[in-house]
Design a protein around this ligand. Structure first.
Ligand code: ACO
Length: 334
């Protein structure tokens, strides 16, 4: 019998500390008005000093496991998408989260696709399940972006926040419950649009690299903005067309939460209503790989997401990478 992949649950974790625009006004030459007008962001959450990416990922994952009703012992793969891992080389954050959750002796690894990480993980989970190799996969998008942000650089420090989101993807024989389609792609031509230049094999760790602040994220904001609007719109048009759907068939459009102006431009060009577009950027900022699952968790917790509701995910990030996905929520809802 054919085996399909279904999203059984969602969970998220948001760190306690809030960094507001007025806090940032005291740190760099910026204003609440500029940040809100250019990005839609009002505040973002920042992890505590002793709180790591895996701590946040494990909390989101625990919630997703509990809500799925699937026993921990039945999870046979743990995947984490992050560009702010606990350790830049090894061990992987997925291994550390697995240990924290007491899910040992199963395959676990990280992927790096920046903001597209969670949708990339969905595509990997779908392939593992449809091939019959795995049955219950824990996928996690977790970021401590504050660990690679230069809080003296006003062009980047206003944008990012910390957090984590997770989901359980399980095998099902029901086509109705299954992930409908995923399109994922990349183009390294634009690798320098979003980059943390060090440490790595190009710039190994040393004092000069720290003095030159190469360990912090650098972004060509304006160029990224233009390409994001174009790619995100094109991506959604393509996945809807391939699946004979119209924008009006989608109750929940969940775009990557980087900038309200990008979300609005994409939503408007597709003719999406305010009710269809999920928006969390105002309170979380850009949480990279955690942004999409945190947004899905928001509509889950508010009761907007109902069992079987179709979601359209759309994301864009460093690499450059991009991806879109069409799937029903196949878990129990409030
Ligand atoms: N406060 C006040 N002024 C500022 C600030 C700030 N925080 N930041 C920049 N400015 C100034 C600039 O210095 C510039 O001044 P100038 O005209 O005197 O030179 C002016 O504002 C305009 O700067 P731009 O960079 O052109 O502003 P823009 O409208 O493009 O907005 C922003 C910047 C918000 C970063 C936008 O370009 C953006 O959101 N880009 C896309 C980000 C994104 O989607 N990233 C992808 C995912 S991230 C990932 O994968 C991890």
């Amino acid at each position: 019998m054919a085996q399909y992949a279904a999203m059984r649950s969602i969970g998220a974790y948001v760190p306690e500390k809030v960094l507001s625009n007025s806090d940032l006004e005291k740190m760099v030459d910026t204003t609440d008005e500029w940040i809100v007008k250019r990005t839609g962001i009002k505040e973002r959450h920042i992890a505590a000093k002793n709180e790591s990416t895996s701590d946040m990922g494990a909390k989101a994952a625990s919630m997703a496991i509990e809500r799925s009703g699937i026993a921990k012992e039945d999870i046979d793969l743990v995947l984490c998408a992050t560009v702010t891992p606990d350790y830049f080389n090894m061990p992987s954050t997925a291994c550390i989260i697995s240990k924290k959750l007491d899910i040992v002796n199963v395959q676990a690894f990280d992927i790096s696709a920046a903001c597209s990480g969670f949708v990339y993980l969905l595509s990997i989970a779908k392939a593992f399940i449809e091939s019959g190799m795995k049955k219950n996969i824990l996928i996690i998008g977790a970021e401590k972006f504050s660990s690679i942000v230069d809080y003296t650089d006003r062009s980047t420090c206003i944008l990012f926040g910390d957090g984590a989101g997770a989901a359980i993807i399980s095998a099902t024989s029901s086509k109705k419950e299954s992930i409908v389609d995923i399109h994922a792609s990349a183009d390294g031509t634009y690798a320098d649009f979003l980059v943390t230049p060090a440490p790595g094999s190009v710039n190994p760790a040393n004092q000069k690299m720290l003095d030159d602040k190469l360990n912090f994220v650098q972004m060509k904001g304006n160029e990224t903005f233009k390409l994001a609007v174009k790619t995100l719109t094109q991506d959604v048009v393509e996945i809807l067309e391939t699946n004979n759907l119209k924008a009006s068939d989608i109750p929940h459009f969940v775009p990557h939460q980087a900038n309200y102006r990008i979300i609005k431009a994409v939503g408007d060009s597709l003719g999406m209503t305010k009710e269809q577009v999920v928006l969390t950027v105002q309170k979380y900022g850009n949480t990279s790989a955690a942004s999409i699952p945190m947004a899905i968790n928001d509509i889950y917790e508010s009761g907007r997401l109902k069992e079987g509701d179709l979601m359209l995910l759309d994301t864009f990030g460093g690499g450059l990478t991009w991806a879109s996905a069409l799937l029903p929520f196949a878990g129990k809802t409030k």
